[in-house]
Design a protein around this ligand. Sequence first.
Ligand SMILES: Cc1ncc(COP(=O)(O)O)c(C=O)c1O
Length: 471
Amino acid sequence: MNQEEAPLFEALCFHKDQNRGNYHVPGHKQGKTFDPLGREHFGDLLTIDLTEIAALDDLHQPEGVIRKAQELAAAAFGADRTFFLVGGCTAGNISLILASCQPGDQLIIHRASHQSVFNGCHLAGVRPVFLSGRGDAPLGGEITGEDLEEAILRHPGVKGVFLTSPDYFGRVQPISQLAKVCHRHGLPLMVDEAHGAHFGFHPHLPPPALTQGADGVVQSTHKMLTAMTMGSMLHLKGNRIDGGLVAKGLGMIQSSSPSYPLMASLDLARRFMVKMGQGELQKTLNQASLIREHLAGMRHLKEDTKSGSDPLKLSIRADRRISGYGMQKWLEKRGIDPELADHEKVLFVLSPGMKRDEAVRLIGALRRLDQAIPQWEESPHHPIPHLPVLSESHLSWDRLRLISGETIPLPQAEGRMAAEMVIPYPPGVPVVLPGEILSTEQIRHILHILDKGGRVRGVTPGFPPGLHVIK
Ligand SMILES: Cc1ncc(COP(=O)(O)O)c(C=O)c1O
């Protein structure tokens, strides 16, 4: 296959150059009618914002340029079949679950999954079995083959295993070992690799899940690679997951009018990475080393090395107990936007093609932050709630979706059953799941995040904040 080509993007350009009579949607008619305020910024993009006409193919039944673009992506990412996603990894995660389970089925899922995995369970009527990693890493530590084996043996009849690797901070799971356990039991391993789309393009990065035995992998091409926001891919390998059912699920949850610029950006992100990815990633690795060298000489700021194994994720904490939210706010006021913060650290994402001046700017800001830290008041240590290695929901998830609840003050919610997910965002990993009995630890954790200025979905604003619980 000729990876120099970008069939979908090229078809859009060809169509545009033909200057055809446009009597179809979208109504801006390739940018001819559009609010002048935004015309300069949107202009060029609107000329290729087309729809399923002439030779532009159909995402939901691809036979032409979209099919070819997906085939090129499959070859580049090492898949047997690749689907372009216009609804982010969110759509991919949900459709994998819809393709693997019937209502009432059980699925082993990583407790530290993104909300989309739990929503997939809701929509498919799945009864999830939660599996956590061991250790006190930010989103749970490493999942062992033994724990996975035990979870499978204790739940005969489970339909598969759905894990997240890497997590937001770059921590990877031992996918090859876990895939062997799954396959020994005839189960598919699905991996949410939202943060690892770059892994296959440089030898110094962790190996991609698809090369480690995963059967279905979802990647946010818009996170660590260069696609437009929402542009993502779902890859299948082997025949443990039915591609026809995945396509059917995607047809139900994605728009019937997917954005062509978005899909073309997936086509181009693949071409760019195949042609230039290793060099662009090397640039970033060089800058990452430079930042780390300077960081090593700082007094108070330290890299949180237990956070992850992806060198493109830089988690920084202060030796004095200063929250990540505080450091984030300090940086934002000075024009530096990190990816996210939590109660103890800030995370910086270093993307392909990083330039020296970007690294120098960050080093300068970190140095000033390091100097400012002694003037800050230390905050008390804040423990994160402990997650059991193996657990189950108290209620079946298909019932939970429709169950009615009431909103009560969060500080009074101990012992009540949560009706909704409570999700600090980012990273989007729920600290409370529907059907869970709320513990003091969880409530304290949520109040702490809110107090430090973090955003939490599933909590109603107010003094005190409210929480939706089952009556
Ligand atoms: C681990 C993980 N999975 C899935 C998603 C959802 O991805 P998307 O934003 O592409 O829908 C996210 C988003 O942050 C994530 O962190």
